[in-house]
Design a protein around this ligand. Structure first.
Ligand SMILES: [Zn+2]
Ligand SMILES: [Zn+2]
Ligand SMILES: [Zn+2]
Length: 268
């Protein structure tokens, strides 16, 4: 699947040829451009092109040229909060009622996806997502604390568009071109005569670029896991919490305050 991004021209006097004007700002080529009034959707050849287009310098130039980034895989992730360890009664509610309840109670414009143990809340903006990450999520009688909420991550899985294996770019591939539908050589998917798909990575009944591929899912899971590990160990020296003992007249409700108190001086 080619990555896509959407921009909207918000400046004055939109140019006649939006795609070419956008290209003149970013210098990143695209496969196809779809224009509807001031909106433009670009389909890019690879994740590498997408990252290049969305790097901060390029985005600054694109913004200065009058475009706003409306949607990209990265932006979508930055608007999406995943709530873990969610109470089952909440997950049992119909999606529509969750959708309106979470939107109303938390002041966000959300769409909801349920999984077995978690809720995925797609907000309208990264600011809304941040609000949930900071405040937690309220819905019916349930409160999901902020430490059970995390921002979705977008992971870049590199896939070759010649042999359709993962882990290398198309331009470095020495294998023969295969059909992304049946995995055989000698034709493209547009000329495929097979009635069923065969994945070159898992031999399953789907195309080489399917999001349903277990091999792809496995890679994504590993990427998430590695990211999680990198996240839990940000530095080599774990930060030691420092609690100062203050002689406040009010009794503290926090037991750790006493636990952190320095030991009494040894008796002579
Ligand atoms: Zn390849
Ligand atoms: Zn084929
Ligand atoms: Zn597969």
């Amino acid at each position: 699947m080619n990555p896509q991004v959407k921009f909207k021209f918000v400046g004055e006097n939109p140019p006649d040829d939006l795609p070419t004007f956008l290209f003149s700002l970013s210098n990143v080529p695209y496969v196809r451009a779809f224009v509807a009034a001031r909106n433009i959707k670009l389909q890019l050849a690879s994740e590498a092109h997408l990252s290049e287009l969305l790097n901060p310098q390029n985005i600054a130039k694109i913004n200065a040229g009058g475009f706003d980034l409306i949607e990209s895989p990265e932006l979508r992730a930055s608007c999406t909060v995943i709530c873990k360890y969610v109470d089952r009664s909440l997950l049992a509610k119909p999606s529509e009622s969750l959708h309106s309840e979470i939107s109303d109670k938390n002041g966000v414009k959300a769409s909801i996806t349920k999984t077995k143990f978690s809720l995925k809340i797609r907000c309208a903006t990264p600011q809304e997502a941040n609000k949930l990450l900071t405040n937690g999520v309220k819905a019916f009688s349930i409160f999901i604390p902020s430490h059970y909420c995390e921002l979705d991550q977008w992971f870049n899985i590199i896939q070759c568009h010649k042999c359709y294996k993962y882990g290398h770019e198309t331009k470095t591939c020495t294998a023969p071109q295969i059909c992304s539908k049946c995995s055989e050589e000698g034709h493209f998917y547009t000329h495929c005569s097979k009635s069923t798909s065969t994945c070159p990575n898992c031999q399953g009944p789907h195309t080489a670029i399917s999001g349903e591929c277990p091999s792809r899912k496995h890679l994504l899971k590993n990427a998430r896991l590695n990211h999680g590990l990198a996240h839990t160990h940000p530095t080599n020296t774990p930060a030691q919490p420092t609690y100062t003992t203050t002689n406040t007249p009010h009794t503290s409700a926090y037991s750790y305050a006493t636990a952190a108190r320095p030991p009494p001086p040894p008796h002579p």
